[in-house]
Design a protein. Structure first.
Length: 200
């Protein structure tokens, strides 16, 4: 068991299927929680490595301890016995713009490859990553088909429409507020959506 800013801290590690990979951590948490007055669970989100998550947890708990010591309205918390469980899971970055598709050792800068080919390689790699990480078994063939269509997008609106339909399969169980525009995006032909995503 670790100690962060005076708080007993226990790491709970999960694999990419949501299974607890360190059962000893849970057993330790149960044992420690028996003598604690409060249990705190904290978890990180997307775009966080394990190091990022540890920094987040350290900063959060250090700030909480500082506020408990300095703010009169929180003084009563100092007599309580806390145990903190920090969740760690293999999060993946969610691309929000074309620039987010960058990264990875796809092509050396010295090699003579045009920008379009390089961009296509990046998209192919990202689709493969999505297939291997977040796609369900029913969605994986759709992403395989999207990868096959990459070489035909420039000259065929039919290929663009099918490509977008395959990628949109990842959104089947996603729901957002109406003002997020997801329903509009889902209803658009792929060729229209891809045209609007083009850099000006």
């Amino acid at each position: 068991m670790e100690n962060i800013a005076g708080f007993d801290f226990i790491a709970l590690e999960f694999d990419d299927a949501g299974n607890l990979s360190n059962s000893g951590g849970l057993a330790e948490l149960n044992q420690r929680a028996a003598s604690a007055t409060d249990a705190i669970f904290i978890a990180h989100g997307f775009r966080n490595s394990e190091a990022d998550a540890r920094d987040l947890y350290n900063n959060f708990l250090s700030n909480l301890r500082l506020n408990m010591q300095q703010r009169p309205e929180l003084a009563s918390l100092n007599s309580r016995k806390f145990v903190v469980a920090g969740v760690f899971w293999p999060s993946k970055a969610v691309p929000e713009s074309a620039q987010d598709f960058g990264g990875g050792n796809i092509q050396s800068a010295e090699e003579d490859v045009d920008a379009g080919t390089l961009e296509k390689q990046k998209v192919r790699q990202k689709l493969q990553d999505l297939k291997n990480t977040i796609a369900s078994p029913n969605q994986q063939p759709q992403l395989d088909r999207a990868i096959q269509l990459l070489d035909h997008l420039e000259d065929s609106t039919a290929a663009q429409d099918e490509f977008a339909s395959c990628v949109k399969s990842l959104l089947q169980n996603v729901s957002l507020e109406e003002n997020e525009g997801l329903s509009t995006f889902k209803s658009q032909p792929g060729s229209v959506a891809l045209d609007r995503l083009q850099a000006p």
